[in-house]
Design a protein around this ligand. Structure first.
Ligand code: SIN
Length: 333
């Protein structure tokens, strides 16, 4: 049975003096020409200040919030420059003893990748502080936008005592960076943690936990972060998929065009069409780093003793790609 812990607004961390809201945008900051158009809108139009005002004064208690616009991007266009800037802003704020935690506004489309990236590179600083990503499925101009409530909920989580790690808050649910993925292209509750279920919920500004806050593992990807700060060149890591009739063509073309890493979204428990398997083994032999993840949305692959290609240790294909990027970044002298 799950332990359920209630945290009241009155119990918020009394040592922290301020919290930080970083804007990268997405649909939460989107607007449509026609009020109420939930599909034909442009993402990333409103400033983080406007979103803050739209959420009409966050959780009670008067804690000061520092607002900062890091980027204004539709998250389908997320790139390494924004990731580098975001990680550095988080690193700096988390090192400030007066900062209790950070909320980030982000598009839903690649949110799980940014969450995993930040979890890996900031892990050492996440032992006692949270970085909470939030988002919206409807633009700010919707007749009933979900962004303001999500932002209020994310702020409540950032201020909850004991909150730590990289968390995702959407539609009243709290998810951890490792498990979370976008599971639905339209519903307001678009995120899932699959078999694991959400870490907890936010209900009228109160956090109810079903699981413990995720423990951040210190020391992960620290060298990669140092290299990112020093302007290292990001390696090229691509994702390929196994499917009926798959061939060597995509892998061969990617290797020819300079990919340094390849993640394959394999079928089932890491199975690959023989032609794709041969191509990936050739790629690995030529020095390309290869990882095998599964395209199944639930559960995780069990390693097979006879496997000739390393598995992605339970990560989804997009998160395995993030981890491989960081591994290759860390390997740069
Ligand atoms: C985006 O990912 O930036 C747009 C879509 C969304 O936020 O739901």
């Amino acid at each position: 049975p799950r332990t359920v812990i209630f945290i009241s607004k009155q119990e918020m961390d009394v040592n922290a003096q301020k919290w930080v809201l970083l804007g990268t945008d997405g649909t939460i900051a989107g607007t449509a020409a026609v009020a109420g158009d939930n599909l034909g809108y442009s993402a990333a139009q409103l400033s983080v200040q406007a979103l803050w005002q739209g959420a009409s004064s966050l959780p009670e208690g008067g804690a000061p919030w520092l607002l900062e616009q890091v980027a204004q991007v539709d998250s389908k266009d997320m790139d390494f420059a924004v990731w580098a800037a975001l990680a550095q802003r988080c690193q700096q704020h988390l090192a400030d003893p007066t900062v209790g935690g950070i909320v980030i506004t982000h598009g839903t489309d690649t949110l799980e990748e940014t969450a995993w990236f930040l979890y890996c590179v900031l892990a050492a600083q996440l032992q006692h502080k949270p970085v909470v990503l939030t988002c919206a499925m409807r633009p700010a101009s919707a007749l009933a936008p979900d962004g303001p409530q999500n932002l209020r909920d994310a702020a409540a989580v950032a201020m909850a005592p004991g909150a730590c790690g990289v968390l995702v808050v959407c539609a009243g649910e709290i998810h951890g960076a490792r498990q979370v993925y976008k599971a639905h292209p339209y519903r307001l509750a678009a995120f899932s943690s699959g078999d694991a279920g959400p870490l907890g919920w936010v209900e009228e500004g109160q956090v109810r936990l079903a699981q413990n806050w995720p423990l951040a593992q210190s020391g992960r990807a620290l060298v990669a972060m140092k290299n990112i700060v020093n302007g290292a060149l990001w390696p090229r890591v691509d994702i390929v998929m196994n499917y009926a009739g798959a061939s060597a063509a995509v892998v061969d073309a990617l290797v020819l065009s300079g990919a340094q890493g390849l993640v394959v979204a394999a079928t089932g428990n890491g199975t690959l069409h023989y032609a794709l398997q041969d191509a990936l083994e050739r790629a690995q032999a030529s020095g390309v780093a290869v990882r095998v993840a599964t395209r199944c949305p639930l559960g995780q692959m069990l390693p097979r003793p006879s496997a000739t290609l390393p598995d992605a240790q339970g990560l989804s294909p997009v998160k395995a790609r993030v981890s491989l990027l960081l591994e290759l970044l860390a390997a740069q002298a």
